[in-house]
Ligand binder design. Structure first.
Ligand code: GLN
Length: 454
């Protein structure tokens, strides 16, 4: 813990930690020492971790990287961070992210962006988003692991951009209670770590049924680490032809082929499959996610949470809402709220929101069919490129940024588990990731297949 706290202070320029909690860390580390001495050490006893700012942590600022939640210190602890604490983990502080987890580059954060510890010449690169601070902190050895959340790729894409491992569990595996909501039918918490084994250990501690989240599954929590045998003989891996996008860089193609070969060499059977509705995934996601976000973000009204704008004499309740939201939300969040309220409005609900829900079902059925045909996991690239430069995408049309999520959003729409593992580099030496998508609730199997790719 001491070494990590020192490393964090020395790495302020990365912008990974946005609230440091050295007192809490030291106190928990001491308690961990005592538990180890008394022979009663739980699994994560003394392991220093970072927590994404989207998780409510008791008495510690929890801002979702938004100005509107300035000074918000929850009176409660999210279920996931409480489970990690109870397993002995030491919280070092809160990690940077895109505002309300909306973004793919960590640049929508009110704190300013986190930076990727990987560099090409003098070009500063994004660590990805929205869990950019988590990825940057793990990749730079500021902590041994971190929590992330993934609504459309926010664990897997930053993991790929920084050369670490990140897993989005099956929807319902981890409790969403106490995690600031973005799009409730898509949001899932998950671990980000150096390798598959650490990811497995963290996942076992984070997940499990929670009465406080009605969508959390009442299923036993496997010992995910015990599943890591590396034996994948007889497994069937699907390669979806629709993920072979036009204009995809050759090095991503090459990486994908290499992943295929590694799995074959390990004894798996690799087959070509079709997921025909893939091309509708991005537009479907960018209707459903903003729709749910616009509803979830209605609670920031200047009364219940965080900050209220300064009001003028004579201002009424409407001015309070308007001024608070106008100055509290950043541009991307406002864009999502506007898109979301538009697609949910009476005249457009059927044409957009309802249609997107139907297409979502078709996307899920594509996966069901592949699994019914005996496919155990699906191999794809995690992202269509390596990390891009900070500022390179923000000036452009926001849709350019959304395109970065092309391989990850399908997994959230279908509620499936997905993992990104580091898999080589591009021509410039920047890390690239491969994604494995698994059957629902079969994270143990998925982790084991990922282990064979490591
Ligand atoms: N980049 C996607 C978005 O902006 C996904 C974000 C996420 O997974 N939280 O919505």
């Amino acid at each position: 813990t001491e070494a990590c706290l020192g490393a964090i202070d020395a790495a302020d320029a990365l912008g990974a930690f946005v609230h440091k909690t050295p007192e809490i860390a030291t106190e928990r580390a001491r308690a961990a020492d005592d538990r180890i001495k008394s022979g009663d050490a739980p699994d994560l006893c003394g392991i220093p971790l970072g927590i994404k700012d989207l998780f409510c942590t008791e008495a510690v600022p929890s801002q979702a990287a938004s100005k509107i939640l300035t000074d918000f210190r929850p009176e409660y602890e999210s279920t996931v961070s409480a489970k990690l604490r109870d397993a002995g983990a030491v919280m070092l502080g809160k990690l940077n992210m895109d505002e309300f987890a909306m973004g793919s580059s960590n640049e929508t954060s009110t704190y300013g962006n986190a930076v990727n510890p990987w560099k090409v010449d003098d070009r500063s690169l994004t660590p990805g988003g929205s869990s950019g601070g988590s990825a940057s902190a793990v990749a730079a050895d500021l902590c041994l692991g971190a929590t992330g959340t993934d609504t459309g790729g926010s664990i897997r894409q930053p993991a790929a951009f920084t050369g670490i491992t990140g897993l989005k569990p099956t929807y319902g595996r981890c409790s969403r209670w106490g995690i600031i909501a973005f799009a409730s039918s898509l949001d899932q918490a998950g671990p980000m770590a150096k390798d598959v084994r650490d990811t497995a250990i963290l996942l076992s501690a984070m997940c499990g049924h929670d009465e406080k989240d009605s969508t959390s599954a009442d299923l036993p929590v496997p010992d995910f680490e015990a599943a890591l045998t590396g034996d994948i003989k007889g497994k069937t891996i699907g390669i979806p032809r629709e993920y072979r996008m036009e204009g995809m860089p050759e090095e991503i193609e090459a990486l994908w082929a290499e992943g295929r070969k590694m799995l074959e060499d390990a004894g798996a059977k690799v087959v070509d499959i079709s997921l025909p509705h893939t091309k509708y995934a991005l537009p479907t996601y960018y209707v459903i996610a903003p729709a749910e976000a616009s509803s979830n973000l209605a609670r920031y009204d200047g009364v219940r949470f965080g900050r209220r704008a300064k009001l003028d004499q004579g201002d009424g309740i409407v001015e309070m809402y308007e001024k608070t939201r106008a100055e509290g939300f950043g541009a991307e969040v406002k864009r999502r709220v506007m898109v979301g309220t538009y697609v949910l409005s009476a005249g457009f609900y059927d044409a957009y929101y309802n249609r997107a829900r139907k297409v979502r079902t078709l996307i899920k059925r594509d996966f069901d069919e592949a699994f019914d045909q005996g496919v155990d996991a699906i191999l794809t690239p995690t992202t269509p490129s390596a990390a891009f430069g900070l500022g390179e995408m923000t000036e452009a049309d926001p849709v350019q940024m959304y395109l970065n999520d092309v391989f990850t959003v399908t997994v959230n729409l279908a509620g499936l588990p997905g993992i990104s593992v580091p898999a080589g580099t591009d021509k410039q030496g920047l890390p690239l990731g491969l994604q494995l998508i698994g059957r629902p609730w079969e994270e143990a199997d998925l982790l084991n297949t990922a282990y064979a790719l490591e």
